[in-house]
Design a protein around this ligand. Structure first.
Ligand SMILES: [Zn+2]
Length: 312
């Protein structure tokens, strides 16, 4: 069986034909923001899906979309720069235009589906996937099923709070976990550190890669900032583990590629907070899937799950 997986990302929209046996058959992408309006974007997206659907017998289309609300079945990518943005029912639109059954999922939750079917999550029936990149998001798999919540927004780990932290978050709140554990958060920690020690160095903030590289080379400031970051993450993970009792916590996203060196920090500060019954029971690891594959495999997995549930 073949499906099309679509990921609507801030930079690129990625599309792929995915076979239930052979995996990804074909990948393509185009620039999301290269379109002058939301309407123009929807037209180009639909045309790209249509062209792919001509190449094979496609049974489903799965779409991972930002801010997808499963109750209203609409998505509205609020961070995208178009004046004509409004909640849009893409499922209905594709089904009318292309006559192929379409399934939608929130983009962060789609990654958890990909991990469950293709990645490290294959070994686990109950786990949380934490995406650490520009921000911090995630998805929850319970008994091999995505736990979406009432509107599809579950797994917003990034906006859980850290006590005593007064950092302003993009969401309008203060003290959110992602104001520390994310690319932006790490840069902020670097800036705060420079201010605190009244450094005479220019206030240039290095790239995230450079901060990790410098820490690896022994730079004490970068080491301290990253240790602080991942201790906070570990402590917060303990809250999630107490609530969810998962078998594993799996990390993905841009920053996760550098995370192996800090897995012990995360694990130690997490396990310290856990009730004794939970200690030593959880696997902590980095996703084995490459991001560009995960983006398309997640929404495709949704389509495969749907067809399997119809068979069973
Ligand atoms: Zn927030």
């Amino acid at each position: 069986m073949k499906v099309i997986g679509v990921d609507i990302g801030g930079t690129n929209t990625e599309l792929g034909i995915v076979d239930s046996r052979d995996g990804i058959v074909k990948l393509s992408k185009f620039k999301t923001k290269g379109n002058e309006s939301f309407k123009a974007y929807i037209d180009i997206l639909t045309e790209n899906i249509r062209l792919l659907s001509l190449e094979h017998n496609i049974q489903y289309i799965g779409v991972g979309a930002p801010n997808y609300n499963s109750k209203t079945e609409t998505f509205c990518p609020v961070n995208f720069p178009w004046d004509d943005l409004e909640p849009f029912n893409l499922k209905q639109h594709i089904e009318v235009v292309l006559n192929i059954p379409t399934l939608m999922v929130n983009d962060a939750n789609a990654s958890a589906l990909a991990e469950n079917r293709y990645g490290a999550g294959k070994k686990y029936t109950d786990f949380a996937l934490i995406t650490v990149g520009t921000g911090l998001g995630g998805g929850i798999i319970i008994n091999n099923q995505l736990f979406e919540g009432a509107f599809g927004y579950s797994g917003e780990f990034g906006h859980t709070k850290i006590e005593g932290l007064d950092r302003q978050c993009n969401c309008g709140g203060t003290g959110c976990l992602e104001t520390i554990v994310s690319a932006n958060g790490i840069k902020k920690s670097y800036a705060v550190n420079m201010k605190e020690i009244k450094s005479s160095e220019p206030t240039h903030i290095p790239s995230i890669k450079m901060i990790f590289d410098k820490a690896k080379a022994g730079d004490e400031r970068c080491k301290a900032i990253l240790n602080f970051t991942f201790q906070k993450l570990g402590q917060k993970m303990a809250d999630f583990i107490h609530v969810l009792n998962p078998q594993a916590i799996i990390f993905c996203g841009n920053i996760s590629k550098s995370l192996d060196a800090y897995m012990d920090v995360i694990k130690t500060s997490c396990e310290e907070q856990l009730l004794s019954d939970f200690r030593g029971q959880v696997y902590y690891g980095v996703s084995e899937l490459l991001e560009d594959k995960m983006n398309v495999l997640g929404p495709a997995s949704l389509a495969f799950s749907k067809s399997e549930s119809l068979v069973n």
